[in-house]
Ligand binder design. Structure first.
Ligand code: UGA
Length: 469
């Protein structure tokens, strides 16, 4: 099939590369000239496992790039809209880019097309799209609008796309539903999974990819409700972690106990400094707004947001408690991305914490395996950028772990102890077991678990106020 994907951000670019991988001829459209040139040169603008391989494999063959929506629409029978829907001040999603693209599509229709919402959009967007396109396009042009939300996570986007739990097709006509089935046929029939050169499966292969057919409106709600629910799980466990701290229990044990109930599940029950990224904060706020506009009270979502925001201040309080005063302290920071496996720093809790420490006149030296460039765009020269985790720890009064990169869970603790000025680790992601830290000789503060006091110096220095120097 001939497919156009409009917008080459995380979702658009990954979708375009994966559709080419499934055998379709794809044109990926963007209005950012520089990005297009980089893609045409064979560069990958984002850090995403397997994406460079796919772009390389299909570039110039089944995958091309263009700055023209009109050309792409004319050459395609299915058009995916994957442009940004950033938050407005009010919390609502800004749909102006979606609307602008819809008008451009409408001008260029030449025969029946299926226009697919891939961006996360509020319920009723498909109705608006239909209306805008109908009012703009020449009379008698045939088209359908379908909602086909994307559930990929950054960091594992390619495998999430090619090995999905489910594919949701929110189509209001039989004809458009059949077109979408053709788009995903290699996944639905399983033929992709028999190919020798397929991207390797991330775990055990499910028998069949589940397809869920719904109305367009239900599909729009599935996306918002799914993200809001996952965010709620995170805020729930963070609130539980706070109770654990108050009664000296261990949230990791509680998580194990809760998560092994199949009805609850252990995924998205990791306590920490709260959720971030370009999706959860924006989508929870947008969903709350959707509910409000539908005159439905959904105060649970207010609480999800409030707990998430408080988590950052609670973390800062832990740093203050470990270091007594903050002004003038040198703090090592591991992780700037909003989670491990990505270079994305949008709405990163790590960046928010760094900003707060800077405001309290700490000197920060930070390291992230992939997000240094993105962080520099925000933080500039206000912090020092280290070449690795040990350089970030060098001479620091404490080391903070703010992103759950795998490599931060396997550090040489003896070496860290040697390079740190004071042997204190404050872990916002619970990457280490209490047993490991008990024998490390480091003071270890984490989320929802008892503090491991350093047997000798740090505690004594702390008590005597020496750390305040
Ligand atoms: C999220 C959803 O997981 C995807 O299904 C969805 O497609 C995507 O948003 C989207 O709407 O585009 P993503 O933002 O890439 O994906 O990241 P997640 O892995 O969901 O993590 C979000 C945040 O929650 C991160 O800051 C992460 O560190 C935090 N988190 C996650 C926790 O604090 N605890 C957990 O147990 C899990």
């Amino acid at each position: 099939m001939h497919i156009a994907v409009i917008g080459s951000g995380y979702v658009g670019l990954v979708a375009a590369a994966c559709f080419a991988e499934l055998g379709h001829t794809v044109v990926c459209v963007d209005n950012d000239e520089q990005k297009l040139e980089a893609l045409q040169r064979g560069e990958t603008p984002i850090h995403e496992v397997y994406l460079p391989e796919l772009l390389q494999r299909h570039r110039g063959l089944r995958l091309s790039y263009s700055g023209s929506v009109a050309e792409a629409v004319r050459a395609s029978s299915v058009i995916f809209i994957a442009v940004g829907t950033p938050p407005l001040e009010s919390g609502d999603a800004d749909l102006s880019y979606v609307e602008a693209v819809a008008r451009e599509i409408a001008f260029s229709l030449n025969g029946y097309k299926v226009i697919v919402e891939k961006s996360t959009v509020p319920v009723y967007t498909s109705e608006w799209l239909k209306r805008v396109i109908r009012l703009t396009c020449p009379e008698n042009e045939e088209f359908d609008v379908v909602s086909n939300p994307e559930f990929l996570r950054e960091g594992t986007a390619v495998t999430d796309f090619l090995y999905p739990d489910r594919i949701v097709i929110g189509a209001d006509s039989e004809r458009s539903r059949e077109v979408l089935e053709q788009v995903y046929l290699p996944l639905l029939s399983g033929s992709y999974y028999e190919q020798a050169h397929r991207i390797p499966e991330p775990g055990e292969l499910a028998d069949r990819v589940k397809v869920i057919y719904t109305s367009a409106k239900s599909a729009e709600l599935i996306k918002h409700a799914s993200n809001a629910f996952l965010a709620m799980k995170i805020s729930f466990i963070n609130a539980v972690a706070n109770v654990c701290e108050a009664v000296e229990a261990d949230v990791e044990e509680v998580r194990r106990g809760m998560g092994s109930d199949a009805r609850i599940g252990s995924a998205f029950l990791r306590a920490g400094i709260g959720y971030g990224g370009s999706c959860f904060p924006k989508d929870v706020a947008a969903f709350r707004s959707v509910a409000e506009q539908a005159r439905c009270s959904f105060r649970l979502l207010d609480e999800v947001i409030a707990i998430n925001e408080e988590q950052r201040s609670r973390f800062i309080a832990k740093v203050r408690e470990a270091l007594w005063t903050l002004k003038g302290k040198r703090v090592g920071v591991l992780g700037l991305a909003f989670k491990g496996g990505t270079d994305d720093v949008r709405e990163s809790p790590a960046i928010a914490i760094v900003k707060s420490l800077l405001a309290q006149q700490c000197a920060i030296q930070a390291y992230d395996p992939a997000a240094m460039k993105g962080a520099r765009n925000i933080l500039g020269d206000s912090i020092a950028y280290a070449g690795d985790a040990y350089e970030a720890a060098q001479g620091a009064d404490a080391l903070l772990i703010l992103t759950d990169w795998e490599e931060f869970a396997a550090l040489d603790l003896e070496r860290l102890k040697q390079v740190l000025r004071y042997p204190i680790i404050i872990d916002g992601r619970n990457l280490y077991s209490l047993e490991t830290m008990q024998s490390s000789g480091l003071m270890y503060v984490s989320m929802g678990r008892p503090v491991i006091q350093h047997p000798s110096s740090a505690t004594r220095k702390l008590k005597s106020g020496e750390l305040a120097k």
